[in-house]
Design a protein around this ligand. Sequence first.
Ligand code: 5RP
Length: 232
Amino acid sequence: MKWEEGLIDSLGWGKDITRREEKEKVAATIAGMVKDGEILGVGSGSTAYLALLKIAERVKEEGLCIQAIPTSLEITMACARLGIPVTGLEGHRPDWTFDGADEIDPYLSLIKGRGGAMFKEKLLISSSPKTFIIADSSKMVSRLGMNFPVPIEIFPQAFTYVEQALKKLSSREINLRMAEGKDGPIITENGNLILDVWFDSIPDTMERDIKQITGVIESGLFMGYKIEILNP
Ligand code: 5RP
């Protein structure tokens, strides 16, 4: 049985989407790659959202039968609005995943997590045989950390301990990500906090070094993952 029309039917992205034209081009490329019967890992952020809209058009027009494994609540809600069935990693492995990024360096290392969903994004990317990172031209950088800090999701009580440990990893600046529309810090979908950490340089060992700190759930550094970049 269907719900009567409600809030969910009018939900959009909620903010202006920067470089929308470029993002729509790669979104269309992703939508064109979807095959009937596939299970797709769906990343978060405006580029992944636009790709989901294009996929939904194909589902409607061609009657494609697909399932999505979303990486965030906003993408789960978008799937509900668009009539795309959702499943989970417990029962299904994605055939492939698509996602956006905040920065991509020449070695295909990434910073992700502006949207705070990096834990589930990393889980999906690690679970997928193949992942396409869809990115407009502003995302390509000569070194990671030029335009974005590295987001690190941490267990709330580990806040001070992790901060001290990150200082020893030669971070330049550490900020607690604050919420908009709520007092205090952002609380992730997993009930944790996010530290946004600026580094002057990010060596190859940094993802592992951060993950080894007790209290760190996951970081937005992606180094050495099986990904392919799709540009407009
Ligand atoms: C969310 C992410 C996004 O993929 C990243 O922030 C890119 O977002 P957008 O497509 O809106 O530029 O990692 O956690």
